[in-house]
Each structure stands twice: as C-alpha cells, then as structure tokens.
Design a protein around this ligand. Structure first.
Ligand code: ZN
Length: 523
C-alpha cells in the first residue's frame, strides 16, 4: 500500500517524535532515579537519539515532502494548498516548516561548538556560584554571548539579534514588544510595592512552624493535583532537585516536586505549578500526536498555565477556604492556632528578596525585568561583560531596594545564561500576564466559579482551559490565541488589576476605582 504525501508527512513526524519522546524518558529518569554513576553513559544515549531525530527531520526527504505544499525557502504555501487545505492542516504545515527552517539554518558544526561550550560553561557556572567567583565564569559568559550573536545571525531577524533568540521560546514575540509591555508594567508595579512596604500590615511567617512530615506533604500535594483534574492514570508524581514537568505523550505526562520538612509551601506549590503545566500537556489533542497540533505553542503560554493554577487559584482565599481545614487535619499540631486569614496573609507576604525563585508574586516580575534589560544590553554590547555584577547590583537597588552582598546571590544565581538560554526570562512574566488575562476571562465565563472553588471543585476551570487553550496545540500563535480567547492583545491590564485588588485587600491599601470595578477575579 502506498501512502499519500500527507500520510507520509504525518508518519515521518510521528516517528521522529518517538525518538524525541524516548530521549525525554531517559532525561526524566536522569533527574529522578538514575544512579549517579550512569551519567556518562546516559549522556551518550541521549546524544545518539537526538542526533538521529535531528538528522531525520532536516533530511532531503523531509524537504522534498514539504515542497509538496510549500516553498521550502520561504514557507509560502502553494496556491493549491492554500485553497484546498483546512485551517488545522495549514497550521500543521506552517509550524512544521518553522521548525524545519530553524533546524536547517544552524550548521551542525555550530551546534556542536555551542553544545560543547554550554556543557563546559554550565560546569564552570556551578563552581563559580558555589565559590562566589564571577571572574571564573566571565570568559565563558563572553564566549556564550558571542555564540548567541552568531546563532541569531544564522536564524535571521528584522530589528535586533535578541528577536531571533526570544523567538525560540516565544514565537512571534519581539524585543520591542516585550520592552513596551514591561514599560507599561513597571511603574504601577513599583508604586504598588512602595504602598505595600509602607503599610502597617506585616504578616508574620514565624507563626507557621514545622516540621511538616514529608509523606504528609506529598499526600496533600497529590490530593490537590487530583482535585485539579491531573490524571494519575496518565501521570506520576516523583521527587527531584528542581520541580519539573515532562511529557512523552498526552497519556504520559509526569510531574516532580521537592519536599522540605521546614517549608510547608515548597512541595505544595511545586505540585500545583507543575500540575498546571501538566494539565496543558495532558490536554493536547492525542489524535494529532507527533505533529505540531499536539505540541504546546510557546513557553509563555505554558507558563501561563502553571502560574494561573499556582497563583490565581492556589494562592487565593476561596481556594484555601476549602483546603485549609483539610491541611489542618494533616498537620493539626502545627496549624491549630493559625487562622485562615493569618495563613493566607503569610502565604502571600510581599518581601523584596535577592533570589528570583523565592520571590513573591508582586516583586517576581521586577527580577525578570532586570534580567531582560541586562541580557538585551549585553547582546547589544552596551554593557561590558566584566561590569555585569555591578550593573546587576545597582538595578536590584533601583527596583527592589536591596543589594546582593555576593554574586552567588546576585548575577550568578540563575542557570539560564550558562545554558545559553538568552531570551528565555521574559517568558516568565509573559506567563503571568497571559495567566491574568485568561483567568479574568474564565471567571467571567464559568458560572459561579467562586462557589465551585470554595467547595474544592476545580474541574470547571480545567475544562475551560482544555477547551480554550489546550486543545489547540500550535494551531494559533500565542498572540492570536490570547486575542481569540480574551478579545485583547497581550496587555498588563488584567495582571495589574489582579495584583492591585489582591494586595490592596491584604495590605489595607485603597484600591483605585479603575481597578476595583472591572475585575471579576475572586481575591
Ligand atoms: Zn513553570
């Protein structure tokens, strides 16, 4: 039986996905159960699988196949294809061509050089962070910046090299657009922060004292994941050094968390955050497995799913009206004297801090803006690399009013740059903006959502996200998806409304009328 070109395309894409997903299983194992002695062998297994997958994808056969419907140089659909193919088929071709084109543009000699430098730089960065030694990392950072500029030149861009790198993580997003969104976000955010810090309200974290038994924390996290609609028949919860989600297929999406017996929130919010990511991956349309129609559209949209569940839902009062009495039964001695209001206030306490991953909802985005501005200016050559720590510390002072005493708590804290991941940071804040837009819309469209939450029924939100976000895969670019769902282009408005209302209530700050009226988000 001979296959039609369309069937051949889908079969080829599916076979390539099998290789990538097998590699993903090995990576998951590496982070969870692999014995440390196997690390060298595992690196070789992964390299082989990835090389074979890459070679199949950029093969002349693939190019020839794509040429059935489009111009392999420009991605332009033929007149016939544009007239005869439906929208999902056209999206499948558009996104496959995008991947193909990007993969083809990077010479394999360059990819090898980059990979070698990244693996070296990550090693040196870890050592530099441990020993608080920025000069040790400096030459590697310099090399990585040069390599990333080279990569941007291969990939091509219209306005700035940063665009090409950002596009890797958030397709279609540009430096100019991020600058515009951040410029609109920063002043109101800093004003709100000033008001919070001037407030006499001071939640006291010392009222929540452990230890909190690890097995109970995990059981509670698992129960919350079940309430969110995470399907354990098609998933697992395990432990790892850093929480993550990985997907091998919509029927096998796994999450991890970590447990600290002296921190009640780390395990729980790890579960909820990764649970949000996992619902997206479990909700991708299984019938399109192997094609872009069953892949997540962007990191920003992915992050919007985790932040929506973690922050908008998981740090909200209605959520804890249901879950706090249950948490108290898990830890009766530790929590019996802590009221719901006290617990809620401590969980949402705003406190400028040095470390991004420990930041509260309000200050978090200032950490991201700082990183965006620095990486953008580094790539432009506007900041000499050796001056990076000083510029970092000054910006921390300007935005957050605190100054790192050592680089390990400053410029060396994140792994991203050592991995060559320039252009990645903005996706975290985009995720927050998208999350607030989506949540505001969901609150309008789900009848009595607040009532559902206070009864622990979170499934209507999962169903809403399945229907409006997950099932589309990469059919709509992030910007279009947000526009279709909310009727607006990406904007900081809903996020600012959400923060102003939430922290205004919590810290006794008068809420400006333009913020109090429009928001239908339960605080
Ligand atoms: Zn995340």
């Amino acid at each position: 039986m001979t296959l039609t070109p369309w069937e051949r395309l889908k079969t080829t894409l599916r076979d390539i996905h099998h290789l990538k997903d097998a590699a993903a299983v090995l990576s998951w194992d590496q982070e969870t159960y692999m014995p440390p002695g196997a690390s060298h062998a595992r690196a070789e297994h992964l390299a082989t699988l990835q090389t074979v997958a890459h070679r199949q994808f950029v093969s002349p056969e693939m190019e020839e196949l794509l040429a059935t419907w489009l111009d392999p140089e420009t991605g332009q659909l033929s007149r016939e294809a544009a007239h005869t193919l439906d929208a999902p088929a056209q999206a499948l071709l558009r996104e496959t061509w995008r991947d193909f084109h990007r993969a083809k543009k990077l010479p394999s000699s360059f990819v090898t050089r980059l990979e070698r430098e990244v693996s070296l730089a990550q090693h040196v960065w870890a050592e530099a962070k441990r020993t608080n030694d920025f000069p040790l990392f400096l030459p590697h950072l310099r090399t990585l910046i040069a390599l990333k500029l080279e990569e941007a030149a291969y990939l091509g861009y219209r306005d700035s090299p940063y665009d090409a790198l950002l596009d890797t993580y958030e397709p279609g997003m540009t430096e100019a657009e991020v600058s515009r969104l951040f410029a609109a976000l920063r002043p109101p955010l800093m004003t709100l922060l000033e008001q919070v810090l001037a407030s006499p309200v001071r939640p006291d974290p010392s009222i929540i004292v452990g230890p909190f038994e690890a097995s109970k924390q995990l059981a509670f996290g698992r129960m919350v994941l079940e309430c969110m609609g995470y399907d354990f028949r098609c998933g697992r919860l395990d432990l790892s050094a850093h929480p993550f989600t990985t997907s091998f297929h919509p029927t096998d999406v796994r999450v991890t968390t970590r447990v600290d017996e002296h921190d009640l929130f780390s395990c729980l919010f790890g579960c909820i955050h990764e649970g949000g990511h996992a619902l997206y991956d479990q909700g991708l349309p299984v019938e399109h497995y192997g094609t872009p129609l069953a892949e997540p559209i962007s990191l920003g949209i992915h992050e919007s799913q985790s932040r929506l569940w973690e922050n908008c839902v998981g740090r909200s009062r209605p959520f804890w009206r249901h879950f706090y009495p249950r948490l108290q039964t898990y830890f009766p001695d530790q929590l019996k004297a802590v009221s719901l209001d006290e617990f809620y206030a401590v969980m949402n306490r705003v406190c400028p801090s040095l470390i991004r991953v420990e930041a509260d909802e309000l200050t978090y985005n200032l950490h991201i803006m700082l990183r965006f501005e620095l990486e953008r200016d580094l790539l432009k050559g506007e900041i000499p690399v050796e001056e990076l720590p000083a510029v970092w510390n000054q910006k921390m002072d300007d935005y957050l009013g605190i100054r790192p005493q050592k680089d390990s708590e400053g410029v060396l804290q994140d792994v991203h740059w050592s991995m060559g991941a320039f252009g990645y940071f903005p996706t975290y804040t985009l995720g927050n903006l998208y999350a607030a837009m989506l949540y505001e819309q969901a609150c309008r469209e789900i009848p009595d959502w607040n009532e559902h939450v206070v009864h622990g029924d979170l499934l209507p939100l999962k169903a809403w996200l399945n229907r409006h976000v997950h099932r589309w895969g990469r059919q709509y670019p992030a910007h279009d998806l947000i526009q279709r769902i909310t009727g607006q282009s990406p904007t900081p408005g809903p996020f600012l409304r959400y923060l102003t209302k939430k922290f205004g209530d919590l810290y006794g700050i008068p809420i400006p009328s333009e913020f109090s009226q429009e928001s239908s988000i339960p605080a």
